[in-house]
Design a protein around this ligand. Sequence first.
Ligand code: PLP
Length: 411
Amino acid sequence: MATINDNYLKLKAGYLFPEIARRVNTFAEANPDAQIIKLGIGDVTEPLPEACRTAMVKAVEDMGDRATFKGYGPEQGYLWLREKIAAHDYQARGCQVDASEIFISDGSKCDTGNILDIFGKNNTIAVTDPVYPVYVDTNVMAGHTGPANEAGEYAGLTYLPMTADNDFTTELPNQKVDLIYLCFPNNPTGATATKGELKKWVDYARENGSIILFDAAYEAFITDPTLPHSIYEIDGARDCAIEFRSFSKNAGFTGTRCALTVVPKTLTAKAADGSDVDLHKLWSRRQSTKFNGVSYIIQRGAEAVYSEAGQAQIKGLINFYLENAKIIRDKLTAAGIKVYGGVNAPYVWVKTPKGMSSWEFFDQLLQTVHVVGTPGSGFGAAGEGYFRISAFNSRENVEEAMKRITEKYKL
Ligand SMILES: *Cc1c(COP(=O)(O)O)cnc(C)c1O
């Protein structure tokens, strides 16, 4: 008799967004005239930059000619793309990352999940709370946790709360942890980490033999020039950190799919016999076995992000979303609502007014002003009492949603 991976039965997942959809649908059916504005989902709305589209069209033409046709590409990604990433995203910022340490993939979501393939079963794991649910659920699936409690916290995981009480910073855990997931600028809170903050983690990781899994999906939204864009801006990070980046949020590739993971060749972890094993080799082995590379056409599109036109166009996109975030921040603040984030990130993290729970505020906004956001409690127990509003939307929708909220909440 075939059996299943019972760890899947522990998952609370699939709860948050389906529950939002259920409540929105129920409301919409009962109120067919309500113009609902969705500021909930973390997906981009603006079209792909022209430079990327042009490069992809040209690449399609390459595929139509026997002389330039491409079959299987290198599993690690084409060198011309990896060299551009190494030069622009890393070496230009003083980070020692070589093209050979970069792995092109079809998404950071997949990579942050798949990376567990190369780690042992008995690692202790730390995640922030609130958290991007992928880090937690993939550990649940891999059997690294016990069951979840009422608040959705899994036994065996170390949660690092990030709330207004600690200024949305992460505190070092009391117990030793082996794998640490950090995401800055943060989804969902929009919080950032200073160089000092990241140095604290790098020092901790080096002292304890831990590995930091650093998700920099939103680095392009950093406006404060003192903030680090990469964990490798911190001395010693090459010995303790893997970094994930994506073209999804900076260049609008959420539906196109291209991302990258950096595994420095200086990074090792312990084998059962106590020897040090090179993680770059393991990830390379994992990818070349289970992954066959990103489409040539898409990699040409990603390469165009680094052209002069591409750089100008993605800057335009990011500024557009950041301007949305500023409108959201300003209007909510004027309405007497406390907001965080949204300056170096496309997410505004809202303190629910009058001590409402995250879901109470969700229902109130939906029912009174027909605006949908994401309840903070869906991202973790410490997200209770908060609410995420995404800047990924049209200007018109953002302005209309803020007008409605301001009218309802103004003092
Ligand atoms: C959107 C997002 C990503 C990007 O995922 P892709 O699979 O590359 O689209 C990664 N991490 C976080 C936290 C995100 O919000």
